[in-house]
Design a protein around this ligand. Structure first.
Ligand SMILES: NC(=O)c1ccc[n+]([C@@H]2O[C@H](COP(=O)([O-])OP(=O)(O)OC[C@H]3O[C@@H](n4cnc5c(N)ncnc54)[C@H](O)[C@@H]3O)[C@@H](O)[C@H]2O)c1
Length: 383
């Protein structure tokens, strides 16, 4: 079996996503399995070059995982002709400039979402990548969740008949950071640092909705900053300037209505941290991160509203589990393998900068809707 090596510049690997999902669970896991297998059976071995601002942290991570290449100089890493891909998991506000530099250096780009802080910025990057002839990819991780894959299987099988509506519940309580440490970075709650729930989550909802059900044609949203003051990592207080909850209605092609509540200020009374209920003429499903349950038209019990009698039925027991039917690998790793095949083998890859730009377009439209109190229609983006 033949092997080739491919350098990957990884920026932001000291962060939550960059370290755990991308370095450890993707790039190092791919290294441990002997590389990415291509269509002809040969393999590409990925060689990470770590980039960040803190030399001590980078050195520690490199030593811990037996890596010898790290630098605090992005330009130095981009100058390496053996590096074919630039990857970005920095804070969102630092991304656009770094990706521009990587495109100018002729690297293919794979990045965390959102691609940029504005739709215009993301579209600019999509055009720059196209003009430079480099390939682009954006993390679309929710599509790779086992529960969402099962949901997609149901859609593809025609299980639902005509899909009428989608109802999503996403969220959990994020501690403010005083009497219990917070479980998310504090920049997430400051608009001036690229934070905010809409910017964070509407990018995800856009690709979930358009890949499973239809393009988002219009949005009506109401955002809130429910918790006005939070605590930084060092214990000092700050004013939350970004939204920490969003209540949205999304109109999709084909007349499907999706409603999604997204909040970092709710306590979980669900089976999973995100759940989508899909109702169609022939059947319904509830999908989460891992599980997916269905109820077919033929198994739908006759519900009767009766205020005089306590409920005797256990409604949730009336649903059937959709089986895994196979092993489902880590979604971040699978996306890395697909992107490498896209770059090296020319395999198709729909989750590019333009798809990422549609996500930010939706986030901007959601924020505009909330500020104006109006429904906002979305124009189709062209590169
Ligand atoms: N796909 C997903 O499900 C998912 C989940 C969470 C976050 N994200 C995205 O991943 C990115 C990183 O989020 P995170 O939660 O890992 O954040 P984090 O704060 O844990 O990590 C951010 C990284 O950026 C670096 N950084 C911080 N400030 C910087 C600055 N001013 N300039 C340059 N670098 C800076 C940090 O050193 C760190 O390496 C964000 O764009 C976020 O939207 C995606």
């Amino acid at each position: 079996m033949t092997h080739s090596t491919f350098g990957v510049v990884m920026n932001g690997v000291t962060g939550r996503m960059g370290y755990r999902q991308h370095l450890v669970r993707s790039i190092l896991a791919i290294r441990d399995q002997g590389g990415v297998e291509l269509a002809d059976g040969s393999r590409v071995v990925l060689e990470p070059i770590l980039v960040g601002r803190d030399a001590a942290k980078l050195e520690r991570i490199a030593a811990q995982h037996g890596l010898d290449r790290w630098t605090t100089r992005l330009d130095e890493a981009l100058d390496d002709p053996a590096a074919g891909i630039y990857f970005d998991a920095q804070v969102t506000s630092a991304r656009e400039a770094a990706i521009k530099a990587a495109i100018a250096a002729g690297k293919h780009i794979y990045t965390e979402k959102p691609v940029a802080e504005s739709g215009e910025g993301a579209l600019g990057l999509a055009r720059a990548a196209r003009d430079a002839g480099v390939r682009s990819g954006v993390v679309h991780d929710k599509l790779y969740l086992p529960g969402i894959r099962k949901l997609r299987r149901l859609v593809d099988s025609g299980f639902f008949g005509r899909i009428l509506s989608v109802r999503g519940e996403f969220g959990y309580w994020v501690f403010e950071g005083d009497w219990q440490s917070t479980q998310r970075p504090s920049w997430n709650y400051r608009a001036e640092d690229g934070g905010g729930l809409v910017v964070d989550m509407f990018c995800h909802w856009n690709y979930v909705l358009e890949n499973l059900f239809g393009r988002v044609e219009a949005v009506t949203a109401r955002t809130a900053t429910h918790i006005p003051q939070r605590f930084r990592e060092d214990g000092s207080t700050y004013t939350a300037t970004a939204d920490d909850a969003a209540y949205g209605i999304f109109e999709l092609t084909g007349g499907i209505i999706a409603q999604i509540n997204s909040s970092w200020c709710v306590r979980v009374n669900r089976d999973e941290l995100v759940e989508f209920q899909v109702d169609g003429t022939e059947g319904s499903a509830v999908a989460g991160l891992f599980g997916c349950r269905v109820q077919h038209r033929a198994n739908t019990p006759r519900a009767v509203w009766d205020p005089d009698r306590p409920v005797a039925e256990r409604f949730r027991d009336q649903w059937l589990d959709v089986p895994d039917n196979g092993q489902i690998d880590n979604g971040f790793k699978v996306q890395w393998e697909e992107f490498v095949r896209h770059v090296v083998d020319g395999a198709g890859h729909p989750y590019d900068f333009l798809s990422g730009a549609r996500g930010i377009q939706l986030a901007e439209a959601g924020l505009r809707s909330s500020a104006s109190g109006q429904r906002v229609a979305l124009a189709e983006l062209t590169p």
